[in-house]
Design a protein around this ligand. Structure first.
Ligand SMILES: Cc1ncc(COP(=O)(O)O)c(C=O)c1O
Length: 506
């Protein structure tokens, strides 16, 4: 969606009741607010407030309310006083710089500005755009990271400034603070920040000294990272099929795969739902095995009222940007109640170095960086709220999509909750449905189109089609619908309406 910076005169038309232009300006501003594409240049705020404050207090309050609904666009500091616009009108020039920096158009009714700057659009031309774009109300992305992070932007800037000013960029106070707070969130004794989720899994296996000759039980239905971690440490992957209704590893099938070489079970809390971690914990205890949770997708979910990320001897998570707790780049962490394992990971993530330039073991460079830790601390404060919003969005989907023959909705295992990292539906007509939704401007993704055992990367293991039929069935029929915490009910209903039209044969 195009971004529009609203020039002062558009906002003043509305606030100061310029009768000639008011109706068109109101329509333009409404369009920008509904589509969340309206911006005000930071450099404009002062003059609008100055003009309005000379009128009356009520108008001033209305102005603040309106300004707070707009996105604020920073004024860049690369000012060229010799620029043509700077010489004719410095205020217009500053708005132009802001528009150029974020790739926006400027909505204005100022004739000189319209003549002198090719980023401007008049109210009349904008009217035509609104009319022709009416359909764009219906366009719903699978996920917009920009929209996801928008509520945090101003606090991110503060966090960014704090890190810059600290002059400390690796393993400093931001990482320490995040580790303490994430451990608190997760109700574990320890949290160690690392570079990404895959490293969190690898370092967990390393800390448990799992390697060549050992077997690790993993789900056949998972993202390939779970398998790759086991491969990286040289251990043998032993896949176990999922429940076809929850998509998580079927705990009842695990015991038959345990051999004298088995060292660990690595359940994945997939798509946001906790696996049957209580059952898995009991099996591990009985057979003296380690449990390593892959909790990349379910921060905040529970099994038997106990949080994911707390069941395993050691647990790995990912803060990849699209995750429920997502950074602005790569990041990950491990959580554990075991001080010895925590210490081992702390050393392993930093060159095997418990003390600077003293290397106890051959470690890695996989540190959570200060900037990401600072951003993550901002988002962690809202993680419970955001998870609850996802649960609400999932509820809207489930309610609206009931009773569609041939469409399977997500199901929860007894005693397990989901934080709906993804909302997965299944149908034999998956590819057709996805095409139909794409044509109707609704984004969807397949998680995942090829199960790990059929990936080319694992051709060396010699698996063939049919070896893990349930993982294959899920890969052939699953479709992830758009979901994010601030998704609105009307957006969910637009998606559902399209799905119903598809199944009703339109
Ligand atoms: C189930 C699962 N495990 C592990 C990972 C790896 O995380 P990262 O991408 O941060 O390395 C992911 C991330 O995509 C994942 O979904």
């Amino acid at each position: 969606m195009e971004k529009y910076i609203l020039d002062n005169n558009i906002l003043l038309d509305i606030l100061l009741l310029n009768r000639d232009r008011k109706a068109a300006s109101i329509k333009a501003v409404h369009y920008c607010l509904i589509n969340k594409c309206g911006y005000i240049a930071a450099s404009s705020i002062h003059s609008i407030i100055y003009i309005v404050s000379r009128q009356n207090a009520i108008l001033l309050a209305e102005t603040w309310a309106l300004l707070q609904k707009l996105n604020v666009c920073k004024t860049p500091s690369y000012i060229d006083y010799n620029h043509k616009l700077a010489k004719s009108d410095i205020e217009d020039y500053l708005i132009y710089l802001s528009a150029e920096a974020i790739g926006a158009k400027i909505l204005t009714s100022d004739k000189d500005f319209l003549n002198n700057c090719d980023l401007t659009i008049s109210i009349d031309d904008f009217q035509a755009i609104i009319d022709s774009n009416f359909d764009s109300f219906k366009s719903i992305p699978f996920l917009s990271l920009r929209q996801l992070n928008k509520p945090f932007e101003s606090v991110f800037e503060k966090a960014y400034d704090e890190v810059i000013k600290s002059g400390w960029y690796i393993l400093g106070n931001q990482v320490k603070k995040f580790e303490i707070n994430y451990a608190k969130f997760n109700k574990t004794q320890y949290c160690i920040g690392v570079g990404n989720g895959l490293d969190a899994l690898v370092l967990s296996l390393k800390a448990l000294q799992i390697g060549e000759g050992d077997e690790v039980i993993v789900p056949s239905n998972t993202y390939i990272a779970t398998w790759l971690a086991v491969s990286y440490v040289g251990a043998t992957i032993v896949p176990v099929e999922p429940h076809i209704d929850t998509y998580n590893i079927n705990a009842d099938l695990i015991e038959s795969k345990i051999s004298p070489k088995t060292k660990a079970i690595m359940p994945v809390n997939l798509y946001g739902q906790a696996a049957e971690l209580d059952k898995i914990e009991a099996i591990a205890k009985k057979h003296k095995l380690f449990v390593i949770e892959d909790n990349a997708q379910a921060q905040g979910a529970t099994c038997n009222a106990k949080l994911t990320g707390t069941y395993g001897h050691i647990n790995a998570t990912s803060f990849y940007p699209g995750k429920n707790l997502g950074a602005l780049g790569d990041a990950g962490a491990i959580t554990t109640q075991n001080s010895e394992l925590a210490q081992k990971v702390e050393v392993l993530r930093n060159y095997g170095s418990p003390k600077k330039y003293f290397n106890a073991v051959k470690g890695y460079n996989s540190r959570l960086d200060e900037m990401q830790a600072a951003f993550l601390s901002v988002k962690l404060a809202d993680l419970d709220t955001d998870n609850n919003k996802r649960i609400q969005v999932a509820g809207w989907y489930t309610e609206a999509l009931q009773n569609i023959w041939d469409l399977i909705l997500p199901k929860l295992a007894e005693k397990c909750t989901s934080v709906y990292h993804l909302y997965i539906v299944r149908t034999k007509r998956r590819n057709e449905l996805q095409d139909y939704l794409t044509q109707n401007k609704i984004g969807t993704v397949i998680h995942y189109p090829i199960p790990p055992h059929l990936q080319e990367a694992y051709s060396d293991l010699g698996y063939k089609k049919g070896d893990f039929p349930l993982a294959e069935e899920i890969a052939e029929t699953c479709l992830s619908l758009p979901i994010w915490p601030n998704m609105q009910k009307n957006e969910v209903l637009i998606v559902c309406k399209s799905i119903k039209l598809f199944f009703d044969g339109e």
